[in-house]
Design a protein around this ligand. Structure first.
Ligand code: IVH
Length: 692
């Protein structure tokens, strides 16, 4: 549904918003085919709420702000819920949580709620499903539908391994009727596997785990649902009848309810905490939020619920949501925006990568303006076309990704065609048969040159300060440099002439280029951009052969015999050194005095060094070190630096913005963690400094 114009009149805008919200509600709840990201939908609902609050005369009972979900699809038998299945009100920041707490206090006739207990739970992004047991035996399952009437999906739910057909006798006596409410969801790994299987079978893949779970439940044939790796978490009891007093189900708090469900064999999330007062609620919800990408399942928020069931009754509910609970929505990781253009960038190997130029959009915690589209096949598969709205996905630190177009409808703009010529040198762009990448094959292409030079100067290579893309472009355009060896012939007088470079920066640049001569062989190997040779392989090679000439003279077998270097890397290294133009550049670099000797420790020294025989992992930024610099420092101290935590890890150094998965893994395995402030001490002594 396309929104053409925004009417200024509140009355008209309210009507338009209601129509849009109803339409998207049906796409999401009824068809499992959402056309817009959840955050865009939330924005529509929020605007409607705001207008209804500003113009109370416009509020109507049939407004979507007053109801839940969507009408049933008619695919399954209708089931009337014994008690309405409600939705949750949303809060988007702390202020809205505090406002909710104030409303709750008022509803309970109290001054404040700080002495009350609350549960803080993941808001699992799946499908709400109610499951009924009679005397401990599974009899029925249904969807939420519009809250009053859902659909009978018993046969499908019966195939979910997480949902017991008979409750665990240890939890008996069971109520005559027990209706459990919870969420059917797909764990992240199961979703990835399921999509991989769909891909292999040439079937349509699912956009996200929620859609996949909803689609799997909506099958007419339960044997299809049975093949989907669905999971379930119970988070509430919807209805109870015939409860034996003093039995597990005779609960007076939410915590007791969850305990009873768990004892009966219904899975309950281990991520739920029950805490006292609003401060603890906020702290626990941030904590859950920071682990958002390490939970193993998608969440779209954190649910906060009053623990005491009698107080819940007292607080009551509105027509669509209880007053005793609130969902704290997390920052969106999917938004829609305009795809302004698709352009092509040329990398140092000549690879031509299409990328999206977007109307800037705030998603996943930062503003995204560009996103890679990888290659021609990806553009075709995603069917994204300049001039249309697209969905952008970005989860935390992950690279932004274009998911696809926002529900293309009506007349679409033309399909994007991969350019035939390089945007920089106008040479042909070539895609070889059977390959997915397209290349600019002109080795003199200035774009490739610029990228090769930038890579040479980058932090993990020769680390030449001041030689970023802008200055490299200036130097190439002024014909002062064409290859990396030319850098060492540059004189400050030549640079001063260039626009944008003053006297000082010209001489600074020349001196930082000169200081690159002090970099060891391994850094030079990285800078040369040999295919498959990253910092670790470069260090392995440098240690094995010690000099550039040593590597140049090495045979294929000698190269492949180095630990960490297999036949593929060996072949790539050989090919690089056998190339004549590379040889000329290497000779000139040698004449200029590159590289400095690799600092290689003698085995006997290494054994006496502080970190000898110990493996250390650094995660996050450590002040005063680049990532490679920190790893080099560990190795100079005799240790081994690796990127992943295992049972063999000696300790994990936690820098700024550490990787949550590494922290969790270290916690799980009981590996000691130390702050970056004691990194120097660790290097000097090899002893794990104890916490102050
Ligand atoms: S409680 C009356 N707890 O979120 C309270 N809901 O936006 C009803 N959800 O329909 C829900 N995780 O499908 C609750 N821990 C959790 C939840 C949760 C996910 C879903 C549920 C609900 C929707 C409301």
């Amino acid at each position: 549904m396309i929104l053409d114009a925004l009417p200024a009149e509140p009355e008209l805008r309210v009507a338009q918003l209601r129509e849009l919200i109803r339409y998207h509600n049906e796409r999401y709840h009824r068809d499992d085919q959402p056309e817009i990201p959840d955050a865009d939908f939330d924005a529509l609902v929020n605007e409607l709420r705001r207008l209804e609050a500003e113009h109370p005369d416009l509020v109507s009972a049939d407004s979507p702000t007053q109801s839940v979900g969507a009408e049933p699809t008619g695919l399954f038998e209708p089931v009337r819920h014994r008690i309405k299945m409600m939705s949750l009100d949303n809060a988007f920041d702390d202020e809205e949580i505090i406002a909710w707490a104030d409303r709750l206090a008022r509803a309970l006739g109290r001054e404040q709620i700080d002495d009350l207990w609350f549960s803080v739970e993941p808001k699992v992004d799946g499908v709400a499903v109610s499951v009924t047991y009679e005397h401990g035996v599974f009899v029925q399952a249904s969807t939420r539908g519009d809250g009053t009437t859902g659909e009978n999906i018993t046969a499908n739910v019966a195939t979910i391994a997480d949902i017991p057909h008979h409750l665990n006798p240890a939890a008996a006596p069971f109520p005559a009727i027990l209706e459990v409410r919870g969420e059917v969801y797909l764990p992240t790994a199961a979703f990835a596997e399921m999509n991989e299987r769909q891909r292999q079978q040439g079937a349509k893949t699912f956009v996200n785990p929620r859609n996949a779970a909803a689609g799997s439940l909506r099958q007419k044939d339960p044997s299809i649902t049975a093949t989907r790796p669905l999971s379930y978490w119970g988070y509430q009891i919807g209805f109870l009848e015939g409860v034996e007093p003093g039995s597990l189900f005779d609960a007076s708090t939410h915590a007791q309810t969850l305990k009873a469900l768990s004892a009966a064999g219904i899975p309950v999330s281990s991520e739920i905490s029950v805490v006292q007062g609003l401060d603890a609620v906020l702290t626990h919800s941030y904590e859950l939020e920071t682990r958002r990408h390490d939970l193993g399942f998608d969440i779209d928020g954190v649910v906060i619920k009053l623990d005491d069931l009698a107080l819940r009754d007292q607080a009551g509910q509105t027509s669509r949501a209880p007053r005793w609970a609130i969902a704290r929505k997390l920052p969106p990781e999917e938004r829609s925006t305009l795809l302004k253009a698709i352009e092509v960038s040329i990398g140092r190997t000549g690879r031509a990568t299409p990328y999206a130029v977007l109307e800037p959009v705030f998603v996943g915690g930062s503003t995204v303006e560009f996103a890679t589209l990888h290659n021609q096949d990806q553009v075709t598969a995603k069917d994204v076309r300049p001039g249309e709205q697209v969905i952008v996905h970005k989860a935390g630190d992950v690279i932004p990704e274009i998911v696809g177009p926002v529900s293309p409808s009506g007349k679409r703009p033309p399909v994007w065609i991969f350019p035939a010529a390089c945007p920089t040198c106008d040479g042909p762009l070539v895609r070889l048969d059977g390959e997915s990448d397209t290349y600019c094959v002109n080795l003199d292409c200035p774009a490739q040159r610029i990228q090769r030079l930038c890579h040479f100067a980058s932090r993990s290579a020769l680390d030449i300060e001041g030689l970023g893309e802008k200055n490299v472009e200036r130097l190439v355009e002024a014909n002062l440099i064409a290859d990396v060896a030319d850098l060492f012939d540059l004189r400050a007088e030549q640079l001063v002439e260039l626009e944008g470079l003053g006297d000082l920066s010209a001489s600074n640049l020349v001196s930082s280029i000169l200081s690159a001569k002090k970099q060891p062989l391994s850094r030079l190997l990285v800078g040369l951009g040999i295919r498959h040779v990253g910092p670790t392989t470069a260090r392995d090679l440098a240690r094995a052969f010690l000099t550039l000439d040593g590597i140049r003279a090495a045979s294929l077998d000698e190269l492949a015999a180095v630990e960490g270097v297999g036949p593929v890397i060996a072949e790539s290294v050989r090919r690089f050194f056998a190339n004549q133009s590379n040889e000329i550049v290497l000779n000139r670099l040698s004449q200029a005095g590159l590289p400095a000797p690799e600092q290689v420790l003698q085995v006997s020294d290494a054994e006496t060094l502080p970190l000898a025989g110990k493996t250390v992992v650094v995660t996050g930024a450590v002040e005063g070190f680049t990532r490679d610099g920190a790893n080099e420092a560990i190795e100079r101290a005799g240790g081994k630096a690796t990127g992943s935590v295992s049972a063999k890890t000696y300790c994990v150094v936690i820098g700024e913005a550490p990787g949550a998965s590494k922290v969790t893994k270290a916690e799980t395995l009981g590996i000691p963690m130390v702050g970056a402030d004691v990194f120097a001490e660790l290097l000097a002594t090899g002893v794990i400094p104890s916490a102050p």
